[in-house]
Ligand binder design. Sequence first.
Ligand SMILES: C[S@@+](CC[C@H](N)C(=O)[O-])C[C@H]1O[C@@H](n2cnc3c(N)ncnc32)[C@H](O)[C@@H]1O
Length: 391
Amino acid sequence: MDPQCSVLIVQNQRTILKVQSQCESPFDVLDGANVDFLSEECNVYRVRISRPSSSSTTDTYVRVSTRSCSPRSLQHVEENGRRYCDQNYFMPNDDAELTRLNIVHQIYLILLEGRLTTAPIPTSSPRILDIGTGPGDWAIEMSTKYPEATIIASDIGVFDAGLGHMSLPNIDFQISDAETPWTYHEPFDLIHLRGLSGAFANWPRIYQQAYTHLKPGGYIEVADADPAGDTVLASPETAPHLCAYAAALRQAGDNCGHPRDLGHLRTEVLAEAGFEAIRAVERTFPVGLWPEDDDEKTIGKMALIAALEGLEAFALRPLTQSAGYSLDEARKLCGDVQTELLAPDQRLTGRIRIMTGRKPTSYAQRRSQVMARAMQKVKDLQGSLPVETDH
Ligand SMILES: C[S@@+](CC[C@H](N)C(=O)[O-])C[C@H]1O[C@@H](n2cnc3c(N)ncnc32)[C@H](O)[C@@H]1O
């Protein structure tokens, strides 16, 4: 097996689930084969594979795609006309959702004036981790912007036409559940989580893992715009259905233990995990065709399309599985919200919130940084002093 063209997908550190060949046929399943990890260098592993059907073993070099996936994450579930990556996560991962995520990614870019992140990237060849990468728009653009970067993009599922099907030189796509212990071997300069409200039962635990897997001085960035987190701003007088929809989604999230608010974007939660220099930025944008300014109208149109596309995506599973709605009732609520979103006199706005925090540098590192800055100042000062000449 050639390490350049094969990715081993492993369950529970032992059993091979799939061998993904990025050169030839997409999947060649080695059912039930066992794998022993022998050594590792630069993400290439020497492993010993033993197959149940044969007494022989094979030693080979491969890139290991994941060590924490379970078979459920690779089997799609069809439900109410949508495709989901498993039985648990509430959002679909079909083409309609892919398009919505593509649009949302563009909205983030516009609101951040073309920047992909608000966190400083401390080095020219950073190690970056994108948790819950989805189709991978953010990771793909980061890989172009930082060609020297090493990017790991992970998710519990694979979108058709998304990152899991592409081979890019500096991105390693991994199927991995972020709620299980993280097994990355080298620390990161930046860990990015976007659009993950409702994905996790225990955000503090996610932040703890991120903290552990960052280099000292590395950054975490968390961004979200979940309608259940009141990020579409509406009043009960003018948009009662929208407010009821957001409240029902929050209730469903609470009922199933995966909160759907923006509680994880409170600065205290990052501070409690040990992060420092915490900053939060918010951007408000129009939703709908009401702005007069052309640029605002463009964002408003994009946000409206994303909101309409997301209505059922955000709601069908949570409302039917965790809030006691029948499918018809859930669809009726989405239909009522759609009417409100499209009402010509609605002047709705949306909001994104982005929070960054830094893992403190160790005392020794901080001391040498202070010394380096002091030495630089001395040099600058010397440079600005008049040069002495002999008379
Ligand atoms: C709403 S999408 C956001 C995708 C991407 N971050 C973006 O901003 O375009 C959420 C993604 O998180 C993934 N996800 C949900 N639970 C996860 C978990 N426990 N571990 C890793 N990824 C998860 C989903 O499969 C989905 O692709």
